[in-house]
Write a new protein. Structure first.
Length: 119
């Protein structure tokens, strides 16, 4: 019977069971498929509490997203206003303004809560 994961041992056991289930040939809508889905949810909830992952640094998030979208620094300059402003921001000499945060959120799809952090 499935139950909430409360200890590290239960967490480790649940991970082992997920591994075992994933090694099998699970069909959709089978009891094993349901068990895998429920265990995944329980594991996720345990990890959110015991292994939280913080937001990335705003500048690193911008650079990462540019790389993902294959954007050049010139294209980022167009988003932020001009080339010198882009350089100052990426070097950490200038902070992002509210309008820049809005544009980056809209165009690069970086969550605002990442961009408003102190850096």
């Amino acid at each position: 019977m499935l139950k909430p994961i409360k200890t590290e041992k239960e967490y480790t056991d649940a991970l082992g069971r997920v591994y075992d289930l994933m090694q099998g040939n699970i069909t959709e809508a089978s009891p094993e498929s349901d068990e895998l889905e429920i265990l995944s949810i329980l594991i996720k909830e345990y990890e959110l509490v015991h292994y939280p992952v913080g937001h990335p640094n705003p500048l690193e998030a911008i650079k990462f997203r540019m790389e993902q979208m294959n954007l050049s620094e010139t294209e980022l300059s167009n988003i932020l206003g001009n080339r010198s402003r882009k350089s100052e921001i990426l070097s950490g000499k200038r902070k992002l303004s509210l309008s820049m945060i809005r544009k980056l959120t809209e165009i690069l799809k970086i969550p605002a809560e990442v961009l408003i952090q102190a850096y």
